[in-house]
Design a protein around this ligand. Structure first.
Ligand code: PLP
Length: 543
């Protein structure tokens, strides 16, 4: 065992880079730059429209005038002053049509807008006392904000592990807002059953058995948190304590064993009252991020029969390494532990025949975390949480006093996740699965894997760089051939970002400052790998 702290905290590097490049915001009371004149027409977002034609200059991104005239009292007798929802209501078809056209222009320009933007904080604007209506708001957004947004939905944003949004997922997301369901309970709508169907489809997609039931949460961090909360309740059950009723103090310390846990595991343990220091870092295999199963057995043996939590990792963020899930699960014949698997994006290996063996054994987990806003390519935010102990899950998250009795075999979602009211997050996932099926999504996964392998080969052939690990799935982890310092790596990251061609994130792997290129967007093609490789070559240090 050792004490590698926060082995994979790439999120922190994001914060660091952002901070180091964020110019100071204007001081209060300092002379303000004059506000640019209100645009009478808004330039199209960065580039030509989908057909390659520059969007025609119109009165604004919506192609609408802000003045609405005075429509007079309508059937709803709403206030029709410009800047009231009632005034917009009478123009909803026209306004949404214009929003659609604006969205299409943005999507058409994704390939060409700068992939990432050095953040420049705009001058703060006070809360409008009276608004400008949707058309005015859109104009302000298009002028003040949208040009500074990243191209993270596009094909060469290879930072972190970032998906885009398939056309069907995007449409599903729009309709989520249009229908505005709250799938908390089944009193009023069939929406919760759509969530159940989407969960069942995902379970099939990843080859999990029917005992694994699931719920939508906002991301892998929340999925890990929910899984570990159920694990905590299981440890309580083993020790004759109900943590949900008596609190974590009644439980005492709980050992959490893992080889290369994602930083979100520490965050979850902090929130759950188990504490970040509950993590016991088990040795990994030489030159790997995968846990040494013999060492794990040794650690479990030393617990002398005390129940524990094991977090197995299926796809680490640096080198996409996989614990041997079957071997880890087999240890349960000898030792009592809850097996949680963080398969945030690694679960998608199941869709590639050449890589499915990496997640063999996933079905044996007690709880599983899978992110959906990564490789399923649904918009933020979305993840699924699976467990085979829904009874314990409901004990933790039930939104009713325990004395009301058991919730039955199929509790409402309000009793299954940290949230109460929530959006119908399942709809974009349902749409993309209905539209493209297993094969459509498998094609995206296989293509991303092939493109990562290709970029790995190209980088391996460049004298300025060297690979730090084989490209096992969809991430290329590499560094500078000569003396990689955090500064020199940072310069490469910045040069690539400034080129507008690609976005990669820095990391530290095995003590070496490094870069990562992660492929999980459905739009990425070979032509993109070409552009990324060119940008990297141009960004290589001269010396
Ligand atoms: C991305 C990721 C997380 C955290 O996911 P969020 O969706 O950002 O909360 C956790 N574990 C792994 C392995 C990941 O790749």
């Amino acid at each position: 065992m050792n004490t590698r702290p926060h082995a994979q905290n790439t999120q922190n590097s994001r914060t660091d880079t952002q901070n180091s490049r964020t110019p100071e915001p204007p001081q209060a009371g300092s002379t303000r730059a004059p506000e640019p004149p209100a645009a009478t027409h808004i330039p199209a977002p960065h580039t030509a429209g989908p057909a390659g034609t520059a969007a025609s200059p119109g009165p604004g991104p919506l192609g609408l005038d802000r003045a609405t005239g005075s429509p007079g009292p309508g059937p709803l007798d709403l206030d029709r002053a410009t800047g009231s929802p009632g005034a917009d209501l009478v123009r909803v078809p026209e306004l949404l049509e214009a929003t659609r056209a604006y969205a299409v222009r943005i999507l058409g320009g994704l390939d060409d807008r700068p992939v990432a933007q050095a953040p420049v904080r705009p001058r703060p604007v006070p809360l409008p006392e009276s608004g400008t209506g949707l058309a005015g708001a859109m104009e302000a957004f298009a002028r003040r904000w949208e040009p500074g947004f990243s191209g993270s939905a596009g094909p060469r944003y290879l930072g972190f592990v970032t998906g885009g949004a398939t056309p069907a997922a995007l449409a599903g997301d729009w309709l989520t807002s249009v229908l505005d369901q709250n799938p908390t309970s089944a009193l009023d709508s069939r929406a919760p059953d759509l969530e159940r169907e989407a969960v069942a489809w995902l379970r099939e997609l990843f080859g999990l058995p029917a005992e694994h039931e699931g719920a939508f949460v906002s991301g892998a961090t929340m999925s890990n948190l929910a899984g570990l909360a159920i694990a905590r309740e299981w440890v309580g059950e083993s020790r004759g304590v109900s943590v949900a009723e008596e609190g974590v103090a009644a439980l005492g310390p709980v050992p959490v064993l893992s080889g290369s846990p994602h930083s979100s595991i520490g965050k979850a343990l902090s929130v759950l009252g188990l504490g970040r220091s509950a993590i016991r870092y088990v040795d990994v295999l030489p030159g790997r991020e995968a846990v040494d199963v013999d060492k794990l057995a040794g650690e479990l043996d030393r617990l002398d029969g005390a129940p524990a939590i094991v977090v197995a990792n299926a796809g680490t963020v640096n080198t996409v390494d996989f614990d041997d899930l079957r071997a880890v699960a087999a240890l349960r014949e000898r030792y009592p532990f809850w097996l949680h698997v963080d398969a945030a994006f690694g679960a998608f290996a199941a869709l590639s025949p050449g890589h499915a063996h990496l997640v063999a054994g996933l079905a044996g987990a007690d709880s599983v975390c899978v992110d959906l806003h990564k490789w399923l390519n649904v918009p933020y935010d979305s993840a699924v949480q699976f467990t085979r102990r829904r009874d314990l899950q409901a004990r933790v998250f039930q939104n009713a006093a325990a004395y009301l009795g058991p919730l039955g075999p199929d509790p409402d979602f309000v009793h299954l996740t940290p949230e109460n009211s929530r959006r119908l997050r399942a709809l974009p996932a349902w749409f993309t699965l209905a539209a493209y099926g297993r094969e459509g999504h498998a094609e995206v996964v296989r293509r991303d894997i092939a493109l990562a392998a290709e970029l790995g080969e190209r980088i391996g052939a460049m004298p300025a760089y060297r690979l730090l690990a084989p490209v096992r799935l969809n991430v290329v982890c590499f560094t500078l051939a000569g003396s990689p310092s955090p500064e020199r790596v940072g310069e490469v990251v910045r040069a690539v970002t400034d080129s507008g061609e690609a976005f990669l994130t820095p990391t530290v792997y095995a003590g070496v400052p490094a870069l990562r290129a992660a492929f999980s967007n459905w739009r990425t093609t070979e032509a993109d790998v070409d552009r990324v490789a060119k940008a990297l070559r141009a960004a290589a240090p001269r010396s």
